[in-house]
Design a protein around this ligand. Structure first.
Ligand code: PHE
Length: 500
């Protein structure tokens, strides 16, 4: 039975880069990099990505392409043991949970596209933006947008892997790149351009500690969509004549490039107006919009920025939803008949949608939808980031490095001898020895750093810069801690050329 496949090389890259480049890259990475040594962090990040994340990604690709099935089936097929299916199933489940809270945040970007088209945010203060955002999050519209976003995903995926995911990614990823480039260029008009660029790019080796390395690894893992069934599923769609090693290197490079561009688009404005540097939803929904309004073509810049956020989010969510859709359509049977792809998507729309609604509602202030003191939203983010991702990564490395036959793995890595065995050998060695140990270390560290004050009332929080160490990779969970504005530095942003 012929399985789905990506049709072209560029389409494969676009889809995989689409999964990788997401909200984490845009609102978290530049901030973390700036706070932790600028170019020094970037160098560490790239080295860590090459030494740890790329081998993990390759392992997931090998499992997927060799296994030729959804993540659950691929783990079984590649290992020859049914028990390994459990790892795949857990990853798929975690992916659906991530998708649920991802949809909530992506829904916010849809609201803000409309708002910036409607009136722009010129002349608004941070306080006004906060009130607007909090009112919005406390209302019903987030639920609606979340479901609209999920429905868009389902409709696009219903067209299939190459006609749906690949075709959209081929358009959205280059568009995303162009918008980022444009925003970075327009940002050069801001007086704080040099300061902004220096924050991100000036190396400060003093800021680098052991913790920095762990943080770089966690960020790189989430950013490259590892340990979450996304890359294993996409791996099963990569054609045999494509080099897995090149795909993973190019995607990693593109992801870093986009994250740096995002920083160059964002920080010049932040420094021009002397507002505190921050990350996460605070950055994109409260701080940035009025600052962007001061740029030439203010309102268009705002609209483009939220479109960018939307493209980044939807191409990432494709990979998660696809993992679920492939699983249901390939594994489930109703009355002896396989569930079709469309029905699988309908099932996912209702189940993931229900979870999304719970996540969205748990964000409402005073909500009782909590788990162990966290809001459901924050809990899912924290749990998947700290537990499932690293364990999924270790499992992939152990399976490929130790349990699968060496020549089978090499046949995949070199596409039956078409590509360099030396480079493949190097990555194989890393996956076998280095990755499991380092990731285990990251896992232990992540679990140990979990207990932190939860959802303290805003008045009790000292005005500090956003925490450098966060239990959430996406940075949503850390949001409540980020009451970051020093009133003395707070200035009203009066955008002269703000679009009215
Ligand atoms: N890589 C995406 C980001 O940076 C998130 C993601 C994680 C997507 C896991 C799919 C799977 O935002």
């Amino acid at each position: 039975m012929a399985r789905n496949q990506f049709a072209s090389k560029f389409g494969t890259m676009a889809a995989i880069a689409g999964s990788a480049v997401g909200l984490g890259n845009i609102w978290k990475f530049p901030y973390v990099a700036g706070q932790n040594g600028g170019a020094a962090f970037l160098i560490i990040y790239i080295v860590i990505s090459l030494l740890i994340s790329v081998p993990v990604m390759l392992s997931e690709f090998v499992i997927g392409r060799r296994g030729q099935g959804n993540t659950y089936r691929s783990f079984i097929n590649s290992s020859g043991k049914k028990a390994w299916g459990t790892v795949g199933a857990i990853e798929i489940f975690a992916g659906m949970v991530i998708l649920a809270f991802y949809c909530v945040v992506a829904g916010w970007s849809l609201e803000y596209i409309i708002q910036s088209i409607g009136h722009g945010f010129g002349g608004m203060t941070y306080e006004q933006m906060s009130v607007t955002f909090d009112d919005f999050v406390n209302g019903n519209r987030p639920v609606l947008w979340t479901l609209i976003f999920l429905a868009m995903n389902c409709v696009i995926l219903a067209f299939g892997v190459s006609k749906g995911i690949e075709r959209c990614s081929k358009f959205m990823i280059p568009a995303l790149f162009c918008i980022l480039l444009l925003l970075a260029i327009v940002s050069c008009w801001q007086d704080g351009w040099k300061e902004g660029a220096a924050f991100l790019l000036k190396p400060n080796w003093k800021a680098v500690t052991g913790q920095t390395i762990i943080m770089a690894l966690g960020q790189s893992f989430f950013s490259l969509s590892l340990g979450m069934s996304a890359m294993t599923t996409y791996g099963s769609y990569i054609q045999k004549d494509q080099s897995l090693v090149s795909v993973s290197m190019i995607v990693t490079g593109a992801t870093v490039l986009m994250a740096v561009l995002a920083g160059l688009a964002i920080f010049p404005s932040v420094f021009t107006y002397g507002v505190e540097v921050t990350s996460g939803p605070n950055l994109v929904f409260k701080t940035l919009p009025p600052l962007f309004a001061t740029l030439p073509g203010g309102r268009i810049v705002s609209v483009l920025f939220f479109i960018l956020l939307f493209f980044a989010a939807i191409t990432s969510s494709f990979s998660l939803l696809e993992a679920g859709a492939a699983y249901i359509s390939e594994e489930w049977k109703v009355a002896g008949k396989p569930v079709t792809r469309v029905w699988a998507l309908v099932i996912l729309f209702f189940t993931v949608g229900a979870l999304s609604v719970i996540c969205a509602m748990s964000q409402v202030s005073g909500s009782t939808l909590t788990i162990l003191g966290w809001s459901v939203f924050d809990f899912t983010d924290m749990f998947t980031s700290n537990f499932i991702l690293p364990l999924g990564g270790i499992a992939a490395c152990v399976l490929v490095g130790w349990l699968m036959e060496r020549n089978v793995v090499f046949n995949e890595l070199t596409s039956d001898g078409q590509f360099s065995a030396k480079v493949s050998g190097f990555f194989f060695w890393l996956a076998r020895y280095v990755c499991p140990i380092i990731i285990l270390f990251m896992f232990i560290n992540g679990v140990r750093s979990i207990e932190r004050p939860k959802a303290a009332p805003a008045e009790e929080i000292a005005p500090v810069v956003a925490p450098v160490q966060s239990t959430s990779v996406l940075d949503v969970a850390a949001d409540e801690m980020e009451v970051v504005f020093d009133p003395n530095r707070m200035i009203e942003v009066q955008g002269e050329n703000a679009a009215e």
